[in-house]
Design a protein around this ligand. Structure first.
Ligand code: FES
Length: 317
């Protein structure tokens, strides 16, 4: 994976426990182009790698902007950003990747963001604004103080941006009972914590005319992509080596134990870094990034979480 050297040009408090960082190349050159919904990896000083969505307008590549929420249950990633990253610090990042692109063929969108899930949506809104496309946003947050970019979004007007603050409403937003209208055919793009994603999945299942797209930034609470794990074999296409993957190990674990250094990042099936070609066999997809079509095709898989439905998989390693 190609790494890019950047410097933190600006750090801004955007909301309670949310900071944004503007990153620029030290030489002032432009950064690689990106599309709305894209993210980058941050290679943090504590040796962790974390993915953060790009929030800026994709027409402006003199800098990348990200926003990071300090997770209450941080495993060290967001805490490191909040405590250790300051203006002037040098940092390494990856090139942008996009697991949550705006699909072609639409010029009207419904965005639903929960908490820090506003970040990929923000770049989509900026893209829509530049193109003159129609959009509406439902932004759910614990409180007004937790809503990053509140003032910027307010400026678009109440007809386009609807806020729901749990503390002011005294309850979570209820998709089943709230008056909430989405025009037929308008795609729904949603990013937020697992309960919001689940609620929107349920809402979308009752609106089959509205294609729905999701970006998970944490695995679903009930880990619904899982199932009973059984052992299987993987054959490595390039060497012909056959390795057994026991029920309590992943393909990635086994390959690393045998000395293979493969690209990976989240190890939770959410970032697509470990995507590996499937030559033969039937993958048991347990990730959160492949589309339905990609799953059905079975030509690629996330080896950090996905397993096999067939006794043997031949993979492109
Ligand atoms: S390492 Fe992130 S999907 Fe596998």
């Amino acid at each position: 994976m190609k790494k890019i050297q950047v410097v933190i040009d600006r750090r801004t408090d955007e909301a309670k426990d949310i900071v944004s960082l503007a990153l620029r190349r030290p030489d002032g050159e432009n950064l690689p182009a990106f599309s709305p919904g894209a993210h980058i990896d941050l290679f943090l000083p504590n040796a962790m790698t974390r993915q953060y969505s790009l929030i800026g307008d994709c027409s402006e590549t003199d800098r990348y902007e990200i926003a990071v929420s300090k997770a209450a249950n941080s495993r060290g990633g967001s805490l490191c950003v909040h405590l250790a990253l300051n203006e002037g610090n040098a940092l390494e990042i990856s090139e942008p990747r996009n697991n949550f692109p705006l699909q072609p063929g639409h010029d009207s969108f419904l965005f639903i963001a929960g908490g820090i899930g506003i970040t990929p949506i923000l770049s989509m809104i900026r893209h829509c604004e530049r193109r003159g496309w129609s959009w509406r946003l439902l932004y759910l947050a614990r409180s007004r103080a937790h809503a990053a970019f509140h003032d910027e979004l307010c400026a678009f007007g109440a007809d386009r941006v609807r806020f729901h603050f749990d503390d002011e409403a005294g309850c979570l937003f209820n998709f089943a009972h709230a008056s909430f209208i989405v025009e037929p055919g308008v795609p729904i793009y949603c990013c937020g914590p697992a309960p919001v994603m689940k609620a929107v999945e349920d809402f979308a299942s009752n609106h089959p005319d509205n294609p729905a797209f999701f970006e998970w930034f944490s695995p679903p609470v009930e880990s619904g992509a899982g199932g009973v794990a059984t052992g299987f074999d993987v054959k490595l296409q390039r060497s012909g080596q056959v390795l057994h993957v026991p029920e309590d190990r992943t393909i990635l674990d086994v390959l690393e134990e045998h000395g293979y250094a493969l690209p990976c990042s989240c190890r939770e099936g959410m970032c697509r870094t470990c995507e590996t070609g499937v030559i033969d066999g039937v993958p048991d997809h347990r990730d959160y990034v492949l589309s339905g079509g990609e799953r059905a095709a079975g030509r690629t898989m996330m080896i950090c979480v996905s397993r096999a439905k067939s006794p043997m998989l031949v993979i492109d390693v």
